[in-house]
Design a protein around this ligand. Structure first.
Ligand code: AMP
Ligand code: ZN
Length: 492
């Protein structure tokens, strides 16, 4: 397994990934605040996190990912109140639309999607510890974190505590803080607001404590990677570190990875500019979610992504090149001979260059993995894919495909696609943008084709390929029976 290197916001340098559990990466990704439909900026961050989890698996790790749903905070409370609804009634449609968006972009599901409202007791536990240890103090039914007690506050964001003078009061500070720099852990309930009982009276958690509680519950007090968009660095993640480490005495997160923002036509998205798109709005304008996913993948996560419709057209054109190659490959013929063997004179002698496809496949796998392990360099990974596409096109044109080459190319692309999730056009079409995520199983024709390719590979004594095809069939739930009359197959 090659050990990947990622840029760590804490320390501002690329550092090798060190995991707390062997071969397993535990990741916490800040999820959506469900008071609205996600905009494409949010979705850029979620697609980046999907790329990260898929890349880690490609590199040989198991992944345990948690993404929270922030279903209680100032905005959800205010908007649910305005709509005369309970928090749950108000947030439910946005939770649903969030998952629909993930499916439409073929984002794999994380292992856990905890809701803040289901984890209030865990939050109260941490706050109690903080109060016991002198990091938290109670004022007017609320609880605050005393930043002056935390010596290394600011180490993630570079925030300089000395710049904000102690005792200075801020305009919206109506909760009785000792110090303007302190942040809220628990907010005493105002009349009519949803609230939970606590040792400090009825109230609700602050936003930051939600993520500390949900991450540590599912991933442990120290875990490997914490992600979010760059806007999360300060104060959200800085405060998560402060409260988690002060409560447990343990380091909280090893690697902080943040995605840069998406902007539209060179400008920050905003409702007033009318450029704050949701995925549904883009689809209504004719955008293809597959091209959107490709566009998101193609820009390195630490660069701003400037969304334009021209950029989307270019993404669609890049995908079309891959689709064309796959189509030509499916219709190309393989020569029976390989490794320079003659096939009995029906075709011209196959030159040793027929062995180029296995070499191209090996190179693509290796270069693709190396690009991912290099701070998730998706643009480099895609460049290696396009070199491969070009070389395969040349091989098809020169009519030098050997037996098994088609299956080799397809298997290699399928492997690469476990990371990219965009190469299988049919899967996207079948999903129809409605469900996505799961792809339908292979058709009878696909299976019969693989069985035939496996027989041919065995005849050509290419047992590695034959085994690979057998594994593929196995994964599709196909049972093979080798008989003197040939191989029979059936679905399990
Ligand atoms: P929110 O629903 O506001 O809590 O945000 C969900 C995720 O989207 C967080 O990780 C944010 O950092 C991220 N995010 C917010 N705005 C943008 C943007 N314009 N571009 C990329 N990510 C964003
Ligand atoms: Zn968070």
């Amino acid at each position: 397994m090659s050990q990947p290197v990622f840029y760590n916001t804490e320390g501002r340098a690329e550092t090798p990934l060190e995991t707390t559990h062997p071969d397993e990466v535990r990741i916490y990704t800040c999820g959506p605040t469900v008071y609205n439909h996600a905009h494409i900026g949010n979705l850029r961050t979620f697609v980046f996190e999907d790329l990260l989890r898929r890349a880690l698996r490609f590199l040989g790790y198991r992944v345990l990912q948690v993404m929270n749903l922030t279903d209680v905070d100032d905005k959800t409370i205010q908007l649910a109140g305005d709509a005369g609804m309970s928090l749950e009634e108000f947030t439910a449609p946005f939770v649903e639309s969030f998952f629909a968006d993930l499916d439409r972009l073929h984002v794999e599901r994380a292992e856990h999607y905890p809701k803040a409202t289901d984890h209030v007791p865990e939050m109260i536990d941490i706050i109690e510890k903080l109060v016991e240890r002198g990091y938290g103090y109670v004022a007017e039914g609320s609880v605050f974190f005393r930043i002056a007690e935390d010596e290394d506050y600011g180490r993630l964001s570079g925030f300089d505590l000395a710049e904000v003078r102690q005792g200075e009061r801020v305009a919206d500070d109506d909760y009785g803080k000792e110090d303007a720099r302190d942040f809220v852990l628990w907010k005493g309930a105002k009349p009519g607001e949803p609230s939970w009982d606590s040792p400090w009276g009825p109230g609700r958690p602050g936003w930051h404590i939600e993520c500390s509680a949900m991450s540590m519950k599912y991933l442990g007090e120290t875990f490997d990677i914490h992600c979010g968009g760059v806007d999360n660095i300060f104060p959200h993640h800085e405060n998560e570190i402060a409260q988690s480490e002060s409560a447990t005495g343990e380091p909280f997160v090893r690697h902080w990875i943040h995605a840069e923002h998406l902007i539209v036509d060179g400008a920050k998205m905003s409702k007033s500019l009318g450029n704050q798109y949701t995925l549904s709005e883009l689809v209504e304008k004719g955008a293809d979610p597959r091209a959107i996913r490709y566009l998101f993948l193609s820009v390195h996560y630490r660069k701003k992504l400037n969304f334009t419709f021209e950029g989307l057209d270019a993404a669609a054109a890049a995908l079309a090149k891959i689709d064309e190659m796959k189509f030509r490959l499916a219709h190309a013929t393989e020569s029976a001979g390989s490794n320079g063997d003659s096939d009995g004179g029906h075709h011209s002698l196959v030159s040793p260059s027929t062995r180029q496809i296995p070499a191209l496949c090996t190179t693509l796998r290796a270069d693709f993995a190396a690009a991912l392990a290099d701070d998730l360099n998706a643009s480099k990974a895609l460049a290696t894919l396009f070199d491969f596409v070009k070389a395969v096109n040349v091989a098809i044109e020169s009519d030098v495909l050997a037996v098994g080459d088609k299956a080799r190319v397809e298997a290699t692309l399928a492997e690469i696609d476990t990371v990219l999730g965009v190469l299988d056009r049919e899967a996207w079409e079948e999903a129809g943008g409605a469900k996505g995520g799961e792809t339908a199983g292979p058709s009878d024709d696909d299976i019969a084709g693989w069985v035939k390719e496996r027989e041919e590979a065995r005849a050509a004594r290419d047992f590695a390929l034959a085994d690979q095809l057998r594994d593929r069939l196995d994964a599709a739930g196909i049972v093979l029976e080798d008989t003197p009359q040939g191989t029979r197959w059936k679905r399990k």
